[in-house]
Each structure stands twice: as C-alpha cells, then as structure tokens.
Write a protein that binds this ligand. Sequence first.
Ligand SMILES: [Zn+2]
Length: 217
Amino acid sequence: MAIQRHKGLAEDVYEAIFNKLMALEIAPGGRITVDGLVRELEVSHTPIREALGRLEGEGLVVKTHLVGYSAAPQISRRHFDELYELRLLVEPAAARRAARHVDEERMRRLTDTANRMRQLAGSHERPSYAGFARLDAELHDQIMELAGNELIRDTLAHLHTHFHIFRLMFHARVTEEALTEHESLLVALSSGDEAGAEHAMSEHIERSRRRLLMAFA
Ligand SMILES: [Zn+2]
C-alpha cells in the first residue's frame, strides 16, 4: 500500500504504521525494518524514522540499541491486571471531580469526541478500530483534564493504556458496548452529577476489563 499524497506526508506515514501496529499486521514483538517500510510505503527513510520515533513515544514501538525497531510486545496478564487496578482507583474519582468542573464548552468537546467514536464504530474495518482507540484515549484524557490534576493526567497518558488494550482484541463488541457506557458517563457529566459520573466511570472500566480479559483465555 503506497502512500500517495505528498501534503502531510509525515502524518500519512505515521498513520499507516500506527494502523498496522494496532491491527497487529505488525505482530507484537515483531521486528520493524526501516528499509521494509520504505519499500512498502514507497517513501524515503526520513518520514519513516520520524513516525517510528513518534510511535516509540507512544509506547507502540521499542528501539533497541544495535538491534533496531520492533513492535512493543503484547501486555502481559499481570500488567493488564495492574493497569486496571490503577484505573479503577484513579479514574472514577477523577470523573467525580470532572462533573464538578464541567462547563458548556468542555461538554461540547467531549460530546464531539464521543460522536466521532460513534461514526467510526459503524464501520468494522481495522483502521477504524485504530482510530476508535485513539479517540477513546482522547475522551478519557479530556475527562482527566477536567478533573484538574495534571500529575494524574500525565501519569495516565504515559501508560498509553488505550493503545495497549485495543491491541489485545479486535472485536465489534469492544466498540459498541463502550459507546453505551460513554453515553451514561457523558449524561452524568453534563448534568453535574458527581456520584453518577463516578459510578459510570467505574462501571465502564470494570466492563472494559471483563471484555478484554477474554484475550487471555
Ligand atoms: Zn472509554
């Protein structure tokens, strides 16, 4: 699949590799050669290296001295359990604070992100799934921003949870159920319902955990 457009080339190359990683077309732990991507995408080395650097920052690519690039390994069961334990401790309480701070402008942005997710969920193609994962990360980050603790927000952002968990499984259920759960969360947030927002976030994370647990069966 050659990259055609030259406007926004760096972005297109990044997107193409991101989609491959999310769709497991590049297997977790698998070697990534710059030359291979140069041939496949028919672009020069520069945008490929740029994209790989950016993906390394996002936790999807690992660079090893003298070896080169590889896809980040699939998260282990233990890492998965720890991730969800942390999320359950932090995100519901943050959602409660977000409900306290929400205003019209922020609510409009949240609704916009949720709507974009809904549009992507209608199509069952893998690139849409990757886009869905990114928007899910964005939605959760917007709520953390609202909650107002930058340290918590940064900590969660650096875990790149959404990229890791979405790589565990490609399944329509993952997207459809999440949409309904986000809806309950947004309803609570928009009405400033603190307890409701906390509960909805807790439910969402717990259900997400159960959905993805199947990947380890
Ligand atoms: Zn979510």
